[in-house]
Design a protein around this ligand. Structure first.
Ligand code: BG6
Ligand code: MG
Length: 220
């Protein structure tokens, strides 16, 4: 029985996937690493160091741990600066309504973000009070696609994972949701999210009544 919806943040509720991408793109240019669409897509949903490792796969040279830490910090300084300019207008259309509709339906809500900037971001976006529980990368050890973050969200809500539904824009996120034993709603394009149980073009198309009544979350 569906009792809660766990939302990803970047690319699902906020249009920050493009900001992460812009910050990575600038770093990529500085170190002469090519960053094509397919590589950028793989970096989505993955934590900071995991994203950097993917970028460095095509870098012209190898980097040591201290250098990697510096590169990640450089990217993050830029990203952190970018999100300071955000406000509730930077929520994706329909994002607030989607989370509120879940609450109004009597279900619980949680946030499961791979970003350490998530607490600051939801404050800037004015949605911090919409979640019963928030898990970000600083609370967990294993990044998406590992199930840890979605399992932590269910545990934080006091619910069994099977009673939760996850919502994600990245393949790594869908894999994390499924590994946790939850059904997954994919937000975005079919080519990137083939594994999703339900695919929606954007968060504005999220209809909790339809998900509940029509099919229910697909049993897994
Ligand atoms: C995820 C994004 O939500 O957070 C990734 O999809 C990003 O692109 C990751 O790399 C880590 O974010 P941060 O803010 O901790 O560097
Ligand atoms: Mg995302």
């Amino acid at each position: 029985e569906l009792k809660a919806v766990v939302f990803d943040l970047d690319g699902v509720l906020a249009d920050t996937a493009v900001l992460h991408r812009a910050a990575w793109q600038q770093l990529a240019a500085e170190i002469d690493a090519p960053l094509d669409e397919a590589t950028a897509e793989r970096m989505k949903g993955v934590d900071r160091m995991g994203s950097l490792e993917i970028l460095l796969e095509h870098a012209p040279r190898r980097y040591g741990d201290a250098e990697k830490a510096e590169l990640a910090a450089r990217k993050n300084a830029r990203y952190a600066e970018l999100i300071e300019h955000l406000d509730p207008n930077n929520l994706l259309p329909g994002a607030r309504a989607a989370v509120e509709s879940v609450r109004h339906a009597g279900l619980k809500t949680a946030l499961a973000s791979a970003s350490r900037n998530a607490p600051r971001l939801i404050e800037r976006l004015g949605i911090a009070d919409l979640f019963d529980y928030v898990v970000d990368a600083s609370h967990i050890t294993h990044s998406k696609p590992d199930p840890e973050i979605y399992l932590a969200a269910a545990a934080g809500l006091g619910l069994a994972p099977a009673d939760c539904l996850g919502v994600e824009d990245a393949a790594a996120g869908i894999a994390s949701i499924h590994a946790a034993g939850m059904a997954a709603v994919g937000i975005g394009r079919a080519d990137a999210l083939a594994e999703a149980d339900v695919l929606l073009p954007n968060i504005a198309a999220f209809d909790i009544d339809r998900i509940r009544t029509k099919s229910g979350p697909p049993a897994r």
